[in-house]
Write a protein that binds this ligand. Structure first.
Ligand code: TNX
Length: 502
């Protein structure tokens, strides 16, 4: 009819539920419903098996999996046909009334696409018991890739020891939010947590206690390899840390010969920092480091060995520089790149060295100079990214030396534009460290990591153009029923409106 306006057609939108926010979403308004007769095909056995196992548990459907099939199943994971924009870690997910296709260039991209698919399905899909459907997926196309290549979570297994099963449980949780590095803080004043065959007392003596005086523990080399293999099945690379020259009381207590005065200190189960130092002038110190790093490097497929370097307050500034200068080539000789807390920028850094910023102060001239010289930096500012900070004055677990970190504080900063002089391409990504002075159980880990870890991984994965607190808070709320279905002991921040079932 001439003169009358065309009827408004509401543009279809995807439900606002995916964390981290995808780069691009185009909704069609259709719905796919998984039927009991559905099939799964995958070009990668591991990702196909992962998805089918989760879906079978909650749907109760048979969901036969075929690997390398030529005819796509109802859900098809394909390593061909992805647009080049998705790169190595991204994916494209197309949901139509007849099925879902995820395309990627590598298995890691398929895995990330699977996480998105699961988040588009009802929360009860994450249950380990059979639940009623319908098992729906909204229709449309999501094309997605990460902003940063380093999206890490750190677990301090030194202050309190966590078993292989506990670490694997946390790996499963972090994988849901597209984490791709697990940094294991394997040694500190209170404990040494991995067997080094050439220095056996490190584990047997240095690993025999923890904060508070409990029994501690350590990983055998086979345990450590099991963690690496498990992480790898979730496309997560392990970065082992041996903290030095400070944070070394457990090692110094295990071998008198490592001490400048030849006297081994007792084991330490308190929470002070900054009182221990390897003996920088001793030749044996570097033999020790060479052998420890050598064994660790041989066990570690990932590119980095983290040498700590933080809070070396009992090491003089000149000794500290000497030390970092001597240790970088030792790590390189074992075929690995150095990662270290940003304090290592006090010494000249090798071009492959990755610095990890943890301060609460946004200006750091040594780090800015290193960045100008090519050093890449992982961002973990303690007042935004430390999962061991209390949420509020009233929450129980954690510390508050860097302040209180509520959900919107964890989310409210831009890692690519945070430390002056360390921006843009100098930023390798984001890491969420969880120090465990006050953290004892897996339920404690859950309480501190959720919901802040997903907030930080959204900063690591999502394009900054998607940054929007209102949208984020809504999407984060949508995770609540999922965590409830999984039994995750998350913190119910009052900043978030948690939907029913949370
Ligand atoms: C500082 S941050 C530390 C750790 C503590 C943590 C507690 C950093 C690199 N070192 O030794 O566990 O604070 O929040």
């Amino acid at each position: 009819m001439l003169g009358s306006p065309a009827p408004a057609i509401a543009a279809a939108t995807f439900p606002n539920v995916v964390v981290p926010a995808p780069a691009s979403e185009v909704a069609t308004g259709t719905t796919f419903t998984l039927a009991s007769s559905a099939t799964v095909t995958s070009d990668d056995a591991n990702v196909g098996g992962y998805l089918a196992a989760i879906l079978r548990k909650s749907t109760g459907y048979a969901l036969p999996l075929t690997v390398g099939a030529t005819t796509p199943g109802t859900i098809a994971l394909s390593l061909s046909g992805a647009p080049s924009s998705v790169g190595t870690e991204g994916y494209q997910l197309v949901s139509s009334p007849t099925g879902v296709v995820i395309r990627a260039t590598q298995a890691t991209g398929l895995f990330h696409g699977v996480q998105t698919l699961l988040q588009l399905m009802p929360a009860s899909v994450m249950s380990s018991a059979v639940k009623p459907g319908p098992w729906t997926v909204p229709g449309g196309t999501i094309t997605d890739w990460p902003r940063f290549g380093y999206r890490g979570a750190m677990l301090d297994v030194a202050r309190h020891f966590f078993s292989v099963a506990q670490v694997e449980h946390y790996i499963d949780e972090m994988a849901l939010y597209k984490v791709n590095y697990l940094h294991l803080h394997l040694s500190d004043d209170q404990g040494w947590r991995i067997v080094i065959n050439s220095w056996p007392n490190l584990a047997t003596h240095g690993g025999s206690t923890e904060v508070g005086g409990g029994a501690g523990g350590y990983y055998t080399q086979a345990d450590y390899q099991a963690i690496i293999a498990y992480a790898s099945s979730r496309y997560i690379t392990v970065v082992p840390e041996i903290d030095m020259p400070g944070h070394t009381n457990a090692a110094l207590s295990s071998y008198a010969s490592l001490n400048c005065n030849g006297v081994a200190p007792g084991l330490y189960t308190g929470t002070d920092v900054g009182f221990s130092s390897l003996c920088v002038s001793l030749a044996l110190t570097y033999t020790f480091i060479d052998q420890v790093v050598g064994e660790l490097a041989a066990l570690t497929p990932g590119p980095y060995i983290h040498i700590g370097g933080d809070e070396a307050s009992s090491t003089s500034a000149s000794d500290y520089q000497t030390f970092i200068n001597k240790v970088q080539p030792i790590v390189a000789a074992h075929g690995k790149a150095v990662m270290g807390w940003h304090n290592i920028a006090a010494a000249p850094l090798a071009s492959s060295t990755l610095a990890q910023f943890w301060d609460t102060n946004k200006s750091n001239s040594a780090l800015a100079a290193a960045a100008a010289n090519g050093t890449k930096v992982v961002m973990s500012p303690a007042n935004h990214a430390y999962l061991d900070m209390k949420y509020t004055r009233k929450t129980k677990l954690g510390q508050n030396w860097a302040g209180y970190v509520e959900v919107n504080t964890a989310y409210g900063w831009d890692p690519g534009n945070y430390v002056s002089g360390v921006t843009g391409s100098s930023v390798a990504g984001v890491e969420a460290p969880l120090w465990t002075e006050t953290i004892v159980t897996s339920a404690d880990i859950d309480q501190m990591a959720f919901p802040r870890l997903p907030a930080l991984m959204e900063l690591g994965w999502s394009q900054y153009s998607t940054h929007n607190t209102t949208s984020f808070d809504q999407r984060l709320g949508a995770q609540g029923p999922r965590w409830a279905a999984m039994g995750v002991n998350y913190y119910k921040s009052t900043q978030i409106t948690w939907p029913s079932g949370s």
